[in-house]
Unconditional design. Structure first.
Length: 94
């Protein structure tokens, strides 16, 4: 399956959704990070500690609604103990 990133920039606001080439919604990155963080009972501060990123970096993604860089997302996935591939799987494992 081929994917493309869909980012829209309006007055410094970016939408963080990934769509398939057919236009089907795949995952909201920030929602997925929040879901995984809450499943572990972590605060944003604890996620920052576990990932090696600063809390201000993580909170700025939400405040500005921007997509984390691939290296930052990789650190997040490492903190959660999952791969980038697993991060992008839906809840059904697809």
């Amino acid at each position: 399956m081929h994917y493309k990133s869909y980012t829209t920039n309006y007055a410094y606001m970016q939408v963080n959704h990934i769509f398939t080439l057919g236009g089907e919604f795949l995952v909201n990155i920030l929602d997925k990070i929040t879901q995984l963080r809450l499943e572990r009972g972590w605060s944003e501060y604890q996620l920052a500690e576990q990932s090696g990123l600063t809390q201000s970096t993580i909170s700025s993604w939400y405040r500005k609604n921007i997509i984390p860089s691939i290296p930052s997302l990789s650190h997040i996935c490492d903190a959660f103990g999952i791969s980038l591939s697993q991060f992008f799987l839906d809840d059904d494992g697809h």
